[in-house]
Design a protein around this ligand. Structure first.
Ligand SMILES: Nc1ncnc2c1ncn2[C@@H]1O[C@H](COP(=O)(O)OP(=O)(O)O)[C@@H](O)[C@H]1O
Ligand SMILES: [Mg+2]
Length: 255
């Protein structure tokens, strides 16, 4: 049993795809029990960083320690402890919700009761429905269920709420908060600043493959709050979105 205070330690991480430098000397230090947010424009290198931490992509250089272990030395042990929701989850359309969860459950030695997880993501009524018949929000909740069914210590969520309606988003928020309340760790990316502000203990703003700002949402807001012109009628109420725009120069970057 490995004990560590760090859920993730990333030092000087670099990764290029041919000429495109996706991650350019990125450092992260995430503690056990934290919900840590990676925010940044499209193409900033968030997904590449996460997929390296998940053991799905090889790095070019740098060090990555996950729950006190490395992929090189402890790959099998690590896989048991992680829950992964990819930015683009492709589940088999022909399987039912229940079959999908049983399949993912079979990847882990220990895990949760499949029916409990289905209920936790409120897909009980869809238990026997084929994945191909689910709505976008339901598919997204199923993807999260697949990430939860191994009862992970560390949960990776890459844009879990993109494209969801407000109700589904809030349902996911309470799932994430429930997971966090058990003392376990979450690495989350999102384009929604209100979401990062609500869920994350600390946030790293990533641009061009590097962390350009790091802190609690309140610290980040305070760090630039004074320089934000106060728009009436919400006088001097800077938000995390203001920090994001001030540092990266735009809210949306299409790749
Ligand atoms: N498989 C790939 N092949 C080539 N370039 C890629 C690949 N995946 C990502 N990239 C490029 O790497 C950069 C970082 O992408 P990504 O990690 O997906 O960023 P983010 O998740 O922050 O949007 C972008 O310029 C993207 O186009
Ligand atoms: Mg991404």
């Amino acid at each position: 049993m490995v004990t560590t205070e760090h859920a993730l330690l990333v030092k000087g991480l670099k990764k290029a795809y041919g000429d495109v430098v996706a991650v350019d000397g990125l450092n992260l230090d995430m503690k056990v029990g934290e919900c840590f947010g990676l925010i940044g424009p499209n193409g900033a290198g968030k997904t590449t960083t996460i997929e390296i931490c998940e053991g799905l992509l090889d790095r070019d250089s740098g060090d990555v320690e996950v729950l006190g272990m490395t992929w090189d030395a402890n790959g099998n042990q690590l896989r048991e402890k992680l829950g992964i929701q990819l930015q683009d989850t492709q589940l088999s359309e022909k399987l039912t919700v229940s079959e999908t969860l049983h399949l993912f459950r079979s990847f882990y030695v220990k895990g949760r009761d499949v029916r409990d997880v289905i209920d936790a993501v409120q897909l009980g009524e869809k238990n026997n429905a084929r994945v191909g018949t689910l709505s976008g929000g339901q598919k997204q909740r199923l993807a999260i269920a697949c990430a939860l069914v191994g009862d992970p210590d560390l949960l990776f969520l890459d844009e879990p709420t993109t494209g969801l309606d407000p109700q589904s988003r809030r349902r996911l928020w309470s799932l994430i908060e429930g997971f966090k309340a058990t003392g376990r760790s979450i690495l989350l990316t999102t384009h929604y600043m209100d979401e990062a502000e609500k869920l994350c203990d600390r946030v790293a703003i990533v641009d061009h493959g590097r962390v350009i700002a790091l802190g609690t949402p309140a610290e980040l807001i305070e760090s630039i709050g004074a320089t934000i012109p106060a728009p009436p009628p919400r006088a001097s109420s800077a938000s995390l979105e203001d920090v994001f725009v001030a540092l990266t120069g735009r809210t949306l970057r299409d790749e």
